[in-house]
Design a protein around this ligand. Structure first.
Ligand SMILES: [Fe+2]
Ligand SMILES: [Fe+2]
Length: 475
């Protein structure tokens, strides 16, 4: 039932073979997808054999198969978590009713918008990471980058399946447009801000996969609660892949810190210039990268007060994180939530209706989750006997969306005016000089078991292979 049929052109567990209309739509879309991959996917990679995992079953026990694959031939496909025919809607005004197998007419445009917005982030991140393969610090890291790239592309397939299967002609048009927008393009950019930023170097990549893929986790988890069952099952399966993306980010930053700590201990210095001269990334620079990626990512949750968020919840389209484990009435009509507001140029607490604050609720869940990893990074420093600690900046720091975009604030939560912001910005966010230094440090290391000087090797390899395994064969 949940095994994936590889005999088909498009591997799937959704009985694609029985649905001629859907098959035709996907087969028309597929060549455009491959063209997009060639144009916007990992640069110069078409001849590489990469040790990748591919989904072969949606059972948690054995869904992945590892082997050498050319990424262009990766078995992109359509995999839904097993369904429960008796599943009930468990929040919002339809609470207790049967989950929907088809899109109800009155929720059609909102559902389409949710799916398109999620779908747009998937190819966007592949585009953002397009050039990173040229400067990978090791074969191990290169392989992890490529694994993430093919899985994000598969996530695009997952959303395109929903558009083709459930939204008819306008779904097909949206699916086509997903291949036409480009990250950072002036005329036709990706939908969300963070997905139009550059990911120009590997420190950015690790911060991105730690913070921004974690946004993906929370959005997917909220959609996995949806009353629209095909969306819930699709996103539930995507979450199993997302965990690896965040692991790459968390361990990548931890390894960078370990190497910096080693250099600091050897030289007995915390002078950034000396650490840079020794080929490692100084801790204040790592903190500035963290500040940037954290602030850009928390903007992705949207406005702190949003009537759309209320509508999405109330109509059962999008739940909260871990909705199934919440002990309240799951209607939230009389409940309130504390958000930050600006009064006379300062931040104040304000109670607002919970339903309108659901973006903020999800953002706060994200913040709690992301702080955990920052604490684990600090353990790397503590273990090396270094006093410096990384911190996530104040929630109002460097915001561009919602109420908090109306105030300028330091990472420590001190209100600043425009002149102070301009004067101190380079202490708080990566400067052109920081970026130039990090870029200059990046250089491709392609010998099995060798690592660039700015990053420590991992403690173990992929799928119980040794660290010095040849994860990518260049041919
Ligand atoms: Fe994704
Ligand atoms: Fe991801």
């Amino acid at each position: 039932m949940s095994a994936i049929d590889y005999s088909e052109k498009i591997p799937n567990n959704v009985h694609l073979g029985d649905d001629r209309t859907l098959q035709r739509a996907l087969e028309q879309w597929q060549p455009n997808f491959i063209q997009w991959w060639d144009e916007a996917g990992p640069e110069g990679s078409s001849r590489f054999n990469v040790y990748l995992r591919t989904a072969v079953s949606v059972e948690p026990s054995g869904w992945a198969h590892f082997d050498y694959v050319k990424m262009r031939d990766y078995r992109w496909g359509i995999f839904l978590n097993p369904g429960d025919p008796e599943r009930k809607i468990h929040f919002g005004s339809h609470l207790g009713e049967k989950a929907w197998q088809d899109v109800p007419g009155e929720h059609r445009s909102n559902l389409r918008r949710i799916i398109v917005t999620q779908g747009d982030t998937e190819p966007a991140s592949v585009e953002q990471q397009r050039h990173l393969g040229l400067t990978a610090p090791s074969l191990y890291d290169l392989r992890n980058l490529f694994q993430i790239n093919v899985e994000e592309a598969r996530h695009l397939w997952a959303m395109v399946y929903l558009l083709h299967k459930h939204f008819g002609r306008d779904g097909r048009e949206e699916a086509a447009a997903l291949l036409q927008r480009r990250s950072g393009d002036r005329d036709n950019p990706r939908i969300l801000g963070a997905f139009n930023e550059q990911t120009p170097d590997w420190l950015s990549f690790f911060m991105f996969t730690y913070f921004t893929d974690r946004d993906g986790k929370f959005q997917l988890a909220a959609l996995a609660e949806s009353a629209f069952d095909p969306l819930a099952r699709t996103t539930r399966f995507m979450l199993t892949e997302e965990a690896h993306h965040m692991f790459v980010g968390e361990s990548g930053v931890a390894r960078t810190l370990a190497r910096t700590a080693q250099v600091m201990s050897a030289l007995k210095t915390d002078d950034p210039a000396a650490i840079r001269a020794a080929g490692a990334i100084d801790l204040p620079t790592i903190q500035r990268y963290l500040n940037f990626h954290y602030s850009v990512t928390i903007d992705l949750f949207g406005a702190d007060q949003s009537s759309n968020a209320a509508t999405y919840y109330n109509s059962g389209l999008k739940g909260r994180y871990d909705e199934g484990k919440r002990n309240d009435d799951r209607l939230l009509r009389d409940q309130v939530y504390r958000v930050l507001d600006i009064q006379d140029g300062r931040l104040v607490d304000k109670e607002v209706p919970m339903l309108n604050a659901l973006n903020e609720v999800l953002r706060d869940d994200f913040i709690r989750d992301s702080i955990g990893g920052v604490e684990r990074w600090n353990k790397v420093l503590a273990k090396a006997g270094i006093g410096f600690r990384l911190r996530v900046p104040h929630k109002a720091f460097h915001r561009n969306i919602g109420t908090l975009s109306g105030i300028k604030m330091s990472p420590d939560g001190e209100v600043v005016d425009d002149a102070q912001w301009r004067a101190r910005q380079e202490e708080w966010l990566p400067s052109a000089d920081d970026r130039a230094f990090v870029t200059a440090l990046m250089g491709k290391v392609a010998e099995p078991g060798k690592f660039a000087g700015w990053i420590a090797p991992p403690t173990m390899g992929v799928n119980r292979q040794p660290v010095e395994f040849d994860y990518v064969r260049f041919n």
